[in-house]
Design a protein. Structure first.
Lengths: 122, 107, 329
């Protein structure tokens, strides 16, 4: 089933493109908040990769249903990892935003090249 | 009887999808802010009613139908409120309705 | 058929990600990030991950948008475009994308039951959860009991991030506190001029908090658990803060109560672990908490999920108040 295989690979290609989009935002954009947005896109792409790996053909969410004997369940293990990772991701994003707010108050700008110029002059 | 319910729910879902499309088209193509809000609020109310009633018909008389009814009630409460809040904020901050076109960007 | 739907959602995801990076107006970028999180939650649901979809929708689409908007209000709204070095980084990014796409051809087919990830530990968890722990939601069982240490570490990470934000953003609080109780800035007044959102919001907040409690205590029987519940209850109280003004919200849930929630949640988790030692088992061994080991596991999971929910709710609220109370420079 060549078409089904290609459709299955589409998940991984979407992951690759979103990952690199986030990375491009982090390394190219000068605005600090745009960098943080790119970082959160990068994290979400990694979550997509892990959750793609947990699907089983004909499976359902891993909640055990009484009375249905031969139910196939999807893999619960990547879901546990990603549940933790989402909360840790927002914690680090919040901390990063707090630092950006303080940088704005100290330097008056949140553009990276202007901050470097101010640092070099002072 | 079953196929009648199926056909009815298909019609409702297709109509709901059509309203979503019309709302999206209006939000993109209409000239200024208030007309776009008018189009976007279409999806909040009409399309959500049609789509959720269509899915409720598929669910039959079960707990899922009651949950869908609750979701419909909350969507009907919050969607038009959000549209109102947006339009009211725009009015309070000075954007006057009635200009034929304004310089809104396509970001 | 579901595959086509998933392909459509993934394409929208990629387009939204590209739009976030390309737009120059940061407010638009934050709104698009909310859409991105909701699309991601829909994708997770199509891939059978119900718990993760709930968490991503509650935390990603809800709390992250509010935090970014709070930070935007204190900093700039437009970015200035950079002109140097773009082609080099674009080249690096494209080459890495092609290498990644080439690597994906070796991956197991989507949904293959014989893929290595499904063969070692996961079937053991799926078989042993009804016997050892006895709750239907396997994800909560693994999160709470089999992998309890990871969750303990994560509660401490949330705690540390909250303390870090409070350290960084609490310097100038004295200047902003109004001396005679009069609201001094527009954030203090909330949405006083908007009657309809206030009425509808006040109608909805009890239901939001009730739904948060439902998600908390039903985490063992369906998708749910501590993290989602903490985020939902925090979102309800943040809605109250947005509508009535931040000083009102601080009167409703004052800062010592928030501190108590964060510390209490983390310590409840640790206390359950130490109770395991005190009753003769190992750290975080729930089987000794009751006469029947299965009941002990269930009690243990209930208590630690409660601790996680309280800690996450308190942390998210404290972070929101730290951003909202800061005067723009």
């Amino acid at each position: 089933m060549e078409l089904m295989e290609l459709l299955g690979l589409y998940n991984y290609w979407a992951f690759a493109v979103v990952l690199m989009t986030g990375l491009y935002a982090v390394i190219t954009k000068g605005n600090l908040i745009k960098k943080l947005l790119g970082l959160s896109i990068f994290q979400s792409a990694v979550f997509l990769l892990y959750i793609t790996m947990d699907k089983v053909d004909g499976g359902t969410a891993p909640i055990i249903q009484e009375g249905v004997p031969d139910q196939i369940y999807s893999n619960p293990l990547p879901q546990v990892l990603i549940l933790t990772a989402i909360v840790v991701g927002i914690s680090t994003t919040a901390l990063g935003l707090a630092i950006v707010v303080r940088i704005k108050e100290s330097y008056g700008t949140i553009e990276e090249h202007e901050i470097q110029i101010l640092d070099r002059d002072s | 009887m079953d196929s009648a319910i199926d056909v009815l729910s298909w019609i409702l879902l297709a109509l709901g999808g059509g309203f979503v499309f019309v709302g999206g088209l209006g939000a993109l193509r209409l000239p200024n802010f208030y007309t776009r809000m008018h189009a976007a609020s279409l999806t909040d109310s009409m399309a959500s009613i049609l789509i959720l009633v269509g899915i409720m018909l598929q669910a039959g008389w079960s707990l899922a139908a009651i949950k869908l009814l609750a979701i419909l009630a909350f969507l009907l409460l919050t969607g038009p409120t959000a549209s109102y809040a947006l339009a009211n904020s725009a009015l309070l901050s000075g954007l006057k309705p009635g200009n034929s076109a304004d310089e809104s960007t396509e970001n | 058929m579901v595959i086509l739907f998933a392909v459509f959602l993934l394409t929208l995801l990629v387009l939204t990600a590209v739009a976030i990076v390309r737009t120059e107006n940061l407010f638009v970028a934050v709104m698009l990030t909310g859409i991105f999180s909701l699309l991601m939650a829909a994708n997770f649901f199509v891939l059978d991950a119900a718990d993760v979809a709930l968490t991503e929708a509650a935390i990603g689409a809800g709390i992250t948008t509010v935090l970014f908007l709070g930070a935007l209000a204190l900093t700039a709204e437009h970015e200035k475009s950079v002109s140097s070095g773009r082609w080099l980084s674009m080249g690096v990014v494209i080459v890495t994308t092609l290498v990644l796409i080439y690597a994906t051809f070796d991956k197991p087919r989507l949904g293959d039951p014989q893929a290595p990830v499904h063969l070692h530990v996961a079937p053991w968890y799926l078989e042993q959860t009804p016997e050892i722990i006895g709750i239907p939601n396997v994800v909560t069982a693994v999160l709470g009991s089999f992998r309890g240490y990871d969750t303990l570490g994560e509660v401490f990470v949330v705690f540390t991030a909250c303390i870090g934000v409070l350290f960084i953003l609490s310097g100038r609080r004295g200047r902003h506190l109004p001396s005679n109780g009069m609201a001094s800035s527009s954030t203090d007044q909330g949405l006083r001029h908007h009657l309809i959102p206030r009425v509808v919001g006040r109608l909805l907040i009890p239901f939001i908090v009730l739904f948060g409690f439902y998600v908390q205590f039903h985490g063992e029987y369906g998708p749910g658990g501590g993290f989602q519940a903490g985020a939902i209850v925090a979102a309800g109280i943040i809605l109250y803060a947005l509508l009535e003004g931040e000083t009102q919200a601080l009167k409703a849930v004052p800062r010592p109560a928030l501190m108590g929630m964060i510390i209490g949640g983390a310590m409840l988790y640790g206390a359950v672990g130490i109770a395991g030692i005190a009753l003769g088992g190992n750290f975080l061994d729930y089987s000794v908490l009751a006469d029947n080991p299965v009941t002990g596991q269930q009690i243990g999971i209930l208590l630690i999920e409660l601790g996680v929910g309280i800690a996450v709710c308190g942390a998210l609220l404290s972070i929101f108040h730290a951003f909202a109370a800061r005067e723009p420079s």
